[in-house]
Design a protein around this ligand. Structure first.
Ligand SMILES: *Cc1c(COP(=O)(O)O)cnc(C)c1O
Length: 478
């Protein structure tokens, strides 16, 4: 496909601006010696370019997208309409508070509802993504210990099944990471946890259900062990899909939580679009929350920053329009719809797993929640077909591959998260395709090594793309 610069033809443009009817004012000194080399295209060509570009990728609107841990689900369009309302979309962050009362009400209401869902007392919408929320939450934990002159706590415990951002955020926050092994059931090994805690434990980061999709039934014991040692408990709530409206991190004993509004609460994600990783906490941590908090006083809204705040972690109020979408989503689903969505997410995962488990080996089958992990280890030994080959073959059938080679504790892993927004017919079809791919693996493994054959790009050099990406267009020398 042609790049936009290759489509450019001199002299073409989209005349969107009316002719200038005031005298032109030049800059004091020219900043450039030549005009910028922007592509020149008619509006229709631009529209076709981006439509063609979208056709090269697979999105939730193209087909099934069971990307485990990432929660790629259908996002109701009505939430986009809410976010596009001119009263929200046209706001300036420096407007006087009396002119943005509705926006502050959105922040206060979203805080109240998401606190109710998580069992927390206060929430900040500043963090722009999950990892950013983790980092912010750890700074709250640090501020708490520091405020008590408790400065020997240098360690954050992280289960070995954790999402990679957990140890990364803990390191960024200046902590030493201690990895806690999983037991044979895929949950935290309690004996190992007891041995790892001590007077130097600042806290624990945990996600439940964990990244192999299992609900850790020892969760109350786990958070008790940490609290008894004087540490705090951080809940990675990036994937709240399985439990929202059913159990609350606060009731499991957690002190700090982040959510990924761009996974569970409606905002589409992927490709670096704006996200939101709000951080909720219990009351004793609320004074440390970052930035300004919207608060209600006698029916009107103001912004306040606590003197103990860790300071801003992002400009202004975070990605506000993502919060608008999340609020619209929560209000539309309501008290009945939120747990129903979670139940359907769990039902869909268990249904698809049950269609596959006779022929695909599952890493764990007990207590599976919203996602399950298959291991292709045996298939690879017997046929040479790897998890990568199966994932690539799925693309030829028009479905997005599951998450591959994650979590790290499972070999040849494929991690499947169907989400609640898929129908039974879609799940039946996905199972049929996966079983057909397994037949192919047994009869014609070579064909799977060549897959995908019907996509614009087959097997890109991923390391090369990450290490030496081409981010600039090489203009032809004239
Ligand atoms: C996605 C995810 C994160 C990170 O979220 P980002 O918004 O990508 O930074 C953290 N933890 C878990 C369990 C996740 O699934």
């Amino acid at each position: 496909m042609k790049l936009i610069f290759e489509r450019s033809r001199p002299g073409l443009s989209c005349d969107l601006l009316p002719p200038c009817d005031v005298p032109k004012a030049g800059l004091f000194a020219p900043l450039r010696s030549a005009p910028p080399r922007l592509p020149e295209l008619a509006e229709v060509d631009i529209s076709r370019h981006y439509t063609a570009l979208a056709g090269q990728a697979h999105g939730v609107n193209d087909g099934f997208y069971p990307l485990g841990s990432c929660t790629m689900k259908y996002n109701p369009r009505v939430n986009e309409e809410a976010a596009a309302l001119p009263g929200f979309a046209g706001l300036h962050p420096l407007q006087p508070v009396e002119t943005v009362q509705g926006a502050l009400e959105v922040l206060c209401t979203a805080e109240r509802l998401l606190c109710e869902i998580t069992g927390m007392d206060a929430m900040s919408f500043q963090p722009a993504a999950g990892a950013h929320g983790e980092f912010t939450g750890l700074l709250l934990i640090k501020a708490y210990h520091t405020s008590r002159q408790d400065t020997v706590r240098r360690k954050i415990l992280v289960p070995d099944a954790a999402h990679g951002t957990n140890p990364a955020s803990a390191t960024m926050a200046g902590y030493d990471v201690v990895s806690v092994p999983s037991d044979e059931k895929g949950c935290v090994d309690l004996d190992a946890l007891r041995q790892a805690v001590g007077a130097d434990t600042a806290g624990l980061m945990l996600t439940n259900p964990n990244t192999v999709g299992l609900f850790d039934e020892n969760i109350l014991e786990i958070t008790r062990i940490i609290h008894e040692a004087g540490g705090l408990c951080y809940y990675d709530g990036a994937n709240l899909n399985a439990v929202m409206g059913i159990v609350r991190p606060g009731d499991m004993g957690f002190d700090v939580v982040h959510l990924n509004l761009h996974k569970t609460f409606s905002t589409p994600h992927g490709c670096g679009g704006p996200g939101s990783g709000p951080v909720g906490c219990r009351q004793f941590l609320a004074p440390f929350l970052p930035g300004d908090q919207a608060v209600e006083q006698c029916g009107s809204y103001t912004l306040e920053q606590s003197t103990a705040s860790i300071g801003r972690v992002k400009a202004f109020y975070g990605n506000f329009l993502v919060v608008v979408r999340a609020l619209a989503y929560v209000l539309a689903l309501g008290r009945e719809g939120i747990p129903e969505a979670a139940q359907n997410a769990v039902l869909n995962a268990n249904y698809l797993m049950s269609l596959l488990r006779e022929r695909y080996d599952m890493a764990f089958t007990e207590g599976v929640m919203h996602e399950f992990v298959m291991t292709l280890e045996r298939t690879k030994k017997e046929t040479g077909v790897s998890a990568m080959d199966v994932a690539k073959a799925m693309l030829d059938y028009g479905i997005h591959p599951p998450t591959m080679y994650f979590p790290l504790i499972v070999h040849e892993a494929l991690m499947v998260e169907p989400t609640e927004t898929e129908s039974r017919a879609t799940l039946d079809e996905a199972a049929r395709i996966l079983l057909e791919i397994l037949d192919k693996a047994e009869h014609d493994p070579e064909a799977l090594h060549r897959a995908p054959e019907r996509t614009p790009v087959g097997r890109p050099d991923e390391v090369g793309a990450a290490r030496s990406p081409k981010l600039r267009y090489a203009f032809p020398v004239v």
